[in-house]
Design a binder for this molecule. Structure first.
Ligand code: FES
Length: 102
């Protein structure tokens, strides 16, 4: 398990995202109301770039391939129970946004 710097505080405005490579995985980092969240940019349906989808209702992202919806804060699929996109803990240290990856 390691902690990786993915962005600086202030780099992402509210509602913005950044796609990063961390721990060999592509991860989408979001600022939602100045809290930060991270999910794998790999949809559990067929591997679409879910982190690049449209955001609605404050914390829902829609996969651009087949429109499955996920909660950015939890990774839970909003359409099918028991399905999740992988999410990562986010910590803020001073000016640094870090995520914990395995
Ligand atoms: S790959 Fe994301 S909904 Fe199909």
């Amino acid at each position: 398990m390691s902690e990786i710097i993915v962005a600086k505080v202030g780099e992402l405005a509210h509602g913005q995202r950044k796609i990063v490579q961390a721990g060999g995985t592509e991860i989408a980092v979001f600022n939602l109301a100045d809290k930060y969240y991270a999910i794998e940019n790999f949809c559990p349906h067929q591997g679409g770039p879910v982190g690049k989808g449209d955001i609605s209702d404050g914390d829902i992202i829609t996969c651009p391939l087949h429109e499955w919806r996920f909660n950015i804060k939890t990774g839970a699929c909003a359409d099918f129970s028991g399905i999740n996109v992988k999410s990562f803990p986010v910590n803020i240290y001073g000016n640094e946004i870090k995520i914990i990856v395995e």
